[in-house]
Write a protein that binds this ligand. Structure first.
Ligand code: ADP
Length: 208
């Protein structure tokens, strides 16, 4: 419930100050796609590469959210909404703190993704569709969840017994059936450079 008596404290240091200190912009990079499409694998690899470049990052994914702040939520439509709402608010705090957040969540509904986008300024947010056919995801099945979904042990499983609505206009589409991990990572780093979250890095130093 909204509390009208809570007043936001006047800040002396804001996001742009922190961005200046960090020498990079903060923002939310949202990866959507089926389970096992590669979201977490890609997000963690991008994080490693950014860390090596001195960029402050954090990966939010099901593992660190569903077991913690959202451990009381189920996969019903209502709870999925609340799950995302909390993730978005946590992301906003991270972004305000100067962090480049990589969020890896299936987020199957257009309506929910539109809501996420609406909570951030255009220059603070990028959506990446990690695309992979459900048949291939089922083959990969790194956690054995598709098997359980097929057997009816897990209900409402996205791609099997619950829909996934494809993004129509993502900032980037990564087809992980045809792109290897390195290429996906390179594509994201390039996207972050083009949108001026991070500085362009040349592979070879300039000639003196
Ligand atoms: P998600 O976070 O989307 O559920 P994960 O990253 O947890 O997916 O799992 C994806 C699985 O697919 C991993 O076991 C990964 O090694 C494998 N994989 C195979 N090919 C690729 C690829 N081209 N890009 C990313 N992951 C891939």
């Amino acid at each position: 419930m909204h509390n009208n008596h809570v007043i936001w404290h006047n800040v002396q240091i804001d996001r742009s100050d922190r961005n200046r200190l960090n020498a990079h912009r903060s923002g939310l990079i949202w990866l959507t796609g089926l389970s096992a499409s590669g979201k977490s694998t890609i997000a963690h690899e991008v994080e490693k590469r950014l860390f090596d470049r001195g960029i402050r990052t954090y990966v939010l994914d099901g593992d660190n959210v569903r077991h913690g702040i959202n451990s009381n939520l189920t996969f019903s439509r209502e709870d999925r909404k609340e799950n995302l709402r909390r993730i978005v608010e946590v992301s906003k705090l991270f972004v305000d703190a100067g962090i480049l957040v990589l969020a890896a969540f299936i987020s199957p509904y257009k309506e929910d993704r539109a809501y996420i986008r609406s909570r951030f300024a255009d220059d603070n947010f990028l959506e990446i569709y990690v695309k992979c056919a459900v048949e291939e995801c089922e083959q990969r099945d790194p956690k054995g969840q598709y098997k359980k979904a097929r057997a009816g042990i897990i209900k409402n499983y996205t791609g099997i017994s619950s829909p996934y609505e494809e993004p129509e206009n993502p900032h980037l589409l990564l087809d992980t059936e045809n792109l290897d991990l390195d290429s996906s990572v390179a594509n994201i780093l390039d996207l972050l450079e083009r949108h001026e979250f991070i500085e362009i890095q040349r592979d070879t130093p300039d000639e003196p």
